[in-house]
Design a protein around this ligand. Structure first.
Ligand code: NDP
Ligand code: OXD
Length: 310
């Protein structure tokens, strides 16, 4: 049976993949949703958040690709166990995530939210500058994204701690792991960056108790998922000054409702889930590499451990 990939997403990516993917995976056909033809011919699906009932209609499905690095938006529980769930990790995405984190750390380190608020009210109010070596940055999550973020921030001269589920070893990074290590990590986090996947264990990991453990006046960056952050707790921590400022690329829900207080908070910088975007050609190359690996009987790069949820 020749493989057929059903693409759900922008026409620009779908049409490009229709040309590119068959060159990379001989014999592969790409169909563009909703023109899928006979459902029994579909062996692969690539999508961000496909309709919940789609998978049940595809009896010969072998692989499902998230077109991004995260898979929390996809109903993995609707997939039979034999179907491989693969996320897309391509070099462009990693570079953009590390750059966004750099933007956020430098903005927070140099008090940009405060100066933007002062500008709006015409106040000339200089603050003392803290040396980079005295601003401790922590990255929650040391995977493809978090590892690159930690490395790039450390190269700027900030002392960086990283936190993961299992032990990791990254040159120049103080690597810690496991839930028991988290309180001590938070206590040394002047800028806390969340680059975790959203799983039952990490939902609302940025909560009131977390903020209370940070040094007073710490800053928070969320570039994982909106579900990592208890937004009410953040607003409360900003109110007391326990958290001085935040930069958020992701919210819950997305888009954030127009009347949500985070939109207008003077010490919050919001971006609309744009920290990184999968490059169309890079995504095709990642999908092709995974299909070929699967075909050869090896573990596809980006294979999701469905029991861990990422
Ligand atoms: P990876 O799977 O490569 O890495 C995940 C990291 O998180 C690993 O270090 C893992 O630990 C750690 N982790 C997972 N669960 C826990 C836990 N319970 N406790 C401690 N550490 C944990 O993912 P990526 O780095 O590729 O991506 C991370 C997330 O970034 C994505 O899931 C997505 O949500 C977000 N993202 C956001 C984008 C945006 O534009 N805002 C763009 C791209 C990604 P271990 O190393 O032990 O496995
Ligand atoms: C992703 C994202 O997971 O864009 O790739 O958030």
């Amino acid at each position: 049976m020749n493989p057929v990939l059903l693409h759900l997403g922008t026409p620009a990516r779908g049409e490009r993949w229709q040309t590119l993917l068959p060159r990379l995976v001989p014999g592969l056909t790409v169909r563009l949703w909703p023109d899928m033809g006979d459902p029994a011919t579909i062996t692969h699906v690539a999508a961000w958040a496909p309709p919940d009932d789609l998978f049940a209609t595809l009896p010969n499905l072998a692989m499902v690709f998230s077109v991004g690095a995260g898979v929390d938006q996809l109903r993995a529980d609707a997939l039979p166990d034999h179907v491989a769930l693969v996320r897309t990790v391509e070099p462009g995405l990693i570079v953009e995530m590390a750059d966004y984190a750099t933007l956020a750390v430098l903005a927070l380190h140099r008090d940009l939210p405060r100066y933007l608020a002062a500008q709006r009210t015409g106040q000339w109010a200089p603050q003392p500058v803290t040396a980079k070596g005295a601003r401790r940055v922590t990255v929650l999550g040391l995977g493809a994204m978090g590892g690159a973020i930690a490395t790039q921030i450390a190269a700027l001269g900030f002392p960086v701690t990283g936190w993961s589920r299992r032990p990791r070893d990254l040159p120049g990074i103080d690597c810690r792991h496991g839930a028991d290590a988290l309180p001590n990590v938070l206590a040394i986090s002047d800028i806390l960056i969340c680059a975790l996947p959203l799983t039952p264990e990490t939902r609302h990991i940025l909560n009131a108790a977390t903020f209370a453990l940070l040094p007073r006046g710490a800053a928070v960056v969320n570039m994982g998922r909106g579900g990592h952050l208890d937004q009410v707790a953040l607003l409360a921590a900003l109110e007391t000054g326990q958290v001085a400022a935040a930069m958020l690329d992701v919210t819950d829900p997305e888009p954030l409702p127009p009347d949500h207080p985070l939109w207008r908070h003077p010490r919050v910088v919001l971006t609309p889930h744009v920290a990184a975007e999968t490059d169309i050609d890079g995504g095709a190359r990642a999908v092709a590499a995974a299909i070929l690996a699967h075909r050869a009987g090896s573990v596809p790069p980006g294979l999701v451990d469905r029991s861990a949820g990422y």
